[in-house]
Design a protein around this ligand. Structure first.
Ligand SMILES: Nc1nc2c(ncn2[C@@H]2O[C@H](COP(=O)(O)OP(=O)(O)OP(=O)(O)O)[C@@H](O)[C@H]2O)c(=O)[nH]1
Ligand SMILES: [Mg+2]
Length: 349
């Protein structure tokens, strides 16, 4: 049984639309990986194909050190509640990945303190947190040092939500790009061993991000939604009742604004439209799918409302980013594609 070097799927030559297909098994890579690597072209989408419980329970059954990878930009989605219990008390090193996407003028310490707080609130314990970034060439040595400290003779299993950058981080540790990396959630398809400095590391399929905009959106729009470079916060001063549309994906209505502001932290490729709240229904009705793009696969939305309290509040939409509101605002209503997670939290930055 030979496995694809890039994604871990068992190689087969029978069925073109199934994982692991290759007309030439001796090549080492499946056709899907080959096309992703060379043409950035997705032949078989696997974003709904991976059972998340299998990943965790398989990892739990192994005598291994866990390297958990979180995408800092999408850190609410990155959380895995109950991870210590699910992994039966294993040692965990947490990589805070894609540091380059957060503004550089925010200190690492501030980000670390925030994440530590979020972990604490969820009762999650990790041995160490390490900032990593491919773009800034950050953290690979620190990860290796932590692995030496905690792993003993054991292998390292790399887990985390789909798209958090697990395979990319492994490739950086290895100093070669054997593992397939792509913006499409569900790139790695099975447990996939790679030896780095004489130690076995195991890349794994991403844990589902079922409640993320990345799943609700069409694959062709992921380029627009996932930020490619450092987020540039976009600041709006607010008066009375205001509404924002982030493409046709999310609508945010802010009522009773006085000396208030809203700062958006989303991909710069995504267009934000501001209007008076009284015009928002009409705009949404007449321009959805035209000026307001991209739109989700299904035009079914859910709404969540809160009354804002003191201080700065982030409205976080899994996969999309967040809006930070401050000042006097009576009510916040956010409309998201049905099933997509919204978190209201004390401001991160
Ligand atoms: N900005 C930025 N992007 C990154 C970084 N690391 C990975 N990425 C991007 O994140 C996307 C996902 O990377 P992968 O390494 O395929 O992620 P994964 O966690 O292995 O994904 P699955 O196999 O689907 O679970 C790709 O588009 C990468 O280019 C980073 O440090 N910074
Ligand atoms: Mg992967």
């Amino acid at each position: 049984m030979r496995k694809c070097i890039g994604c871990g799927a068992v190689l087969q030559s029978e069925n073109k639309s199934e994982p692991g297909y290759t007309p030439k098994p001796e090549g080492g890579y499946c056709q899907r990986c080959f096309r992703l690597i060379h043409y950035d072209d997705l032949t078989v989408s696997m974003r709904t194909g991976i059972d998340p419980d299998t990943v965790i329970s398989q990892a739990s059954a192994m005598d291994a050190l866990i390297l958990w990878v979180i995408d800092l930009f999408d850190n609410e989605a990155g959380m895995i509640p109950g991870i210590n219990r699910k992994l039966s008390g294993k040692d965990i090193i947490l990589a805070l990945n894609k540091r380059d996407l957060l503004p550089e003028n925010i200190s690492d310490e501030k980000i670390m303190t925030f994440i530590a707080g979020r972990l604490g609130e969820s009762g999650i314990r990790v041995r160490e947190m390490i900032m990593t970034s491919r773009e800034h060439n950050l953290g690979a040595e620190e990860i290796k040092e932590a692995v030496e400290m905690y792993a003993g003779n054991r292998p390292v299993v790399v887990i985390g939500r789909a798209n958090s950058g697990k395979s990319t981080l492994m490739n950086r540790l290895a100093g070669r790009n054997d593992l397939t990396m792509s913006r499409y959630p569900g790139t790695t398809l099975d447990f996939n061993e790679i030896v780095i400095d004489g130690r076995t590391y195991i890349d794994t399929p991403g844990i589902e991000i079922e409640n993320s905009i990345l799943m609700a959106a069409e694959e062709k729009d992921l380029k627009t939604i996932i930020p490619q470079k450092t987020i540039k916060p976009v600041v709006y001063q607010l008066k009375d009742d205001q509404s924002f549309a982030a493409g046709g994906l999310v609508r945010l209505d802010l009522y009773g604004c006085h000396k208030a502001s809203c700062v958006w932290y989303v991909s710069s490729a995504l267009t934000l439209h501001r209007s008076k709240a009284s015009n928002a229904d009409m705009l949404w009705k007449n321009h959805y799918g035209e000026t307001l793009v991209p739109v989700p696969q299904k035009k079914e939305f859910s709404s969540y409302s809160i009354r804002k309290d003191e201080g700065k509040t982030d409205i976080v939409i899994d996969g999309l980013g967040w809006a930070c509101v401050s000042g006097e605002i009576r009510t916040i209503t956010v409309h998201v594609p049905k099933g997509v997670n919204v978190t209201f939290r004390k401001a991160m930055l």
